[in-house]
Design a protein around this ligand. Sequence first.
Ligand code: FEO
Length: 164
Amino acid sequence: MVLGKTLQDAINEQVKNELYSGYMYLAMAAYCEANNFPGAAKWMRMQAGEEQEHAMRLYDYVFDRGGRVTLQAIAQPPAEFKGLLDIFEQAYAHEQKVTGMINSLYAAAAKENDYATMSMLKWFIDEQVEEERNASQVVEMLKLAGTHIPAVMMLDGRLGARAE
Ligand code: FEO
């Protein structure tokens, strides 16, 4: 069954949203790089790569279903932040927003009885639980570290140990 036009448009929109997420994380990586947080920069850079993979997962799915991907303009991400805590708070808020987007996509697929799309989206629903948890855990740790510079630097080192 070929992907319906409404869902195709909605998935195309999400391809853009995932690419924007990657662009935003890359902007965060650039800020960290410029502000002597090499560990957080690595974490953010890896996250940007993950978002690219999320976009490609949707991209491939559209073609698997005989649809057509139409790439849209990606907005400019912010360049300036107030520090590491601000970055991770924004990342956490962003992931909560993305969860809402994925849930809306799932609801649209359910409305059209498109079980294949619902099944594909299950991966994203599970992934969002992880995405939110990862960001919120760092927010909590940064809050604990507060303005204690050695604690923040130690945390930056931990972020730099991210392997996947
Ligand atoms: Fe693609 Fe961070 O969710």
